[in-house]
Ligand binder design. Structure first.
Ligand SMILES: Nc1ncnc2c1ncn2[C@@H]1O[C@H](COP(=O)(O)OP(=O)(O)OP(=O)(O)O)[C@@H](O)[C@H]1O
Ligand code: SF4
Ligand SMILES: [Mg+2]
Length: 329
């Protein structure tokens, strides 16, 4: 599978009272064409910041302190604002949780879509309108002409999110970043959006980064999963492997809590709560950031940074997964 997005060693820092705060500490991930990659991790792990960094939108006074972000082999770090603006919406689309607040309440959705298509270079109104109708059809509006003049408040939450996806696709992106796109929806609407993402992956050969707190959503939808813990990738694997045989103690704990919750009625399953607190962004450790919560902790875990152990289709960052670690425990 051709690599579409390649993030390597991404570091993002904010000025702190003393030393800078570094919420992303060398995060890496890859997304292929026609692949949905799930990005999971508890609140504050750095998921949104990763997506913002890819779009060149790290909030000020934060800055990208190191690493590389390549789209189809082209380095995005260091590009000027004008080039980044063209890439946003053009080559990379973004959708997020709150479609209601992102849509203009007074402009009919068809008009908003037509104007976005025009902003992406289709100047002529008739052609832009035809493209807008085509985009609505693409995001599963069966009769787009009938909904063209509707306002955002006349649509269901799921329909609004589908309009947001159409807007994000208006510039013909190859990559879609979706940050908690179903978090505000009920289960049936959620399923509708996830089906649509899979359909777009297949029909447009779209690469998708799906950020979600909901592990059931990730398991159902993603081809591969990347687990972030305190700004670092601790595990990356094909989704089936990650859920069947999680390798990192944090992933194991997440999956175990998720499986244990399956018995209970599930209206929504947020990221399972793993006992203990994550370290704050200002806390520093030489060793593994997960060690205060880890049941598999070894003597060296507190002092030595765990190595990245590469597997054929991913990898894990953990001392306990080193082949000879058994002798120590
Ligand atoms: N504007 C900012 N100023 C200072 N620090 C920030 C800022 N934005 C993010 N951070 C830091 O980056 C960390 C990661 O934030 P991010 O929004 O990426 O988390 P997340 O994984 O998306 O969490 P959630 O699941 O709650 O959305 C935060 O814990 C915070 O320390
Ligand atoms: S490196 Fe050590 S503390 Fe960290 S997850 Fe692995 S076993 Fe646990
Ligand atoms: Mg977030």
């Amino acid at each position: 599978m051709a690599v579409l997005l390649e993030v390597r060693g991404l570091e993002v820092s904010f000025p702190g009272r003393g030393l800078p705060v570094t919420p992303l500490r060398g995060a890496s991930l890859e997304v292929g064409r026609g692949e949905i990659v799930g990005l999971v991790g508890e609140s504050g792990a750095g998921k949104t910041l990763t997506a913002l960094a890819v779009l060149g939108l790290v909030p000020s006074p934060g800055r990208i302190a190191g690493g590389s972000i390549r789209l189809d082999g082209r380095e995005l770090l260091g590009l000027d604002e004008e080039s980044l603006r063209r890439i946003r919406g053009g080559e990379i689309g973004l959708i997020f949780q709150e479609p209601a607040s992102a849509l203009n309440p007074v402009l009919p959705i068809g008009r908003q879509l037509t104007e976005t298509v025009r902003a992406h270079g289709v100047a002529e109104w008739g052609a832009a309108r035809s493209r807008a109708l085509e985009l609505l059809r693409l995001v599963a509006f069966a009769e787009p002409e009938r909904r063209f003049d509707a306002h955002a408040h006349e649509l269901s939450g799921g329909e609004r999110q589908r309009v947001m996806i159409a807007l994000a696709l208006a510039g013909g992106p190859r990559l879609l970043l979706a940050d908690e796109p179903t978090a505000a929806l009920d289960l049936s609407r959620q399923a509708e959006i996830l089906d649509l993402l899979r359909d777009l992956r297949d029909r447009l050969d779209l690469g998708v980064v799906l950020i979600s707190h909901d592990l059931a959503v990730i398991e159902e939808t993603c081809d591969r999963v990347v687990v972030l813990y305190r700004g670092e990738v601790v595990e990356s694997a094909p989704a089936a492997d990650l859920f069947d045989r999680p390798a990192h103690p944090y992933t194991r704990a997440l999956v175990a809590v998720m499986r244990a919750a399956v018995e209970r009625p599930r209206s929504r399953s947020p990221l399972p709560v793993v006992p203990g607190q994550p370290p704050s962004a200002t806390q520093r450790t030489n060793g593994c950031a997960f060690h205060p919560r880890c049941g598999e902790r070894l003597a060296r875990c507190e002092q030595e940074p765990p190595p990245w152990i590469a597997y054929p289709a991913g990898g894990v960052r953990c001392h306990a997964r080193l082949p000879r670690s058994g002798a120590e425990s």
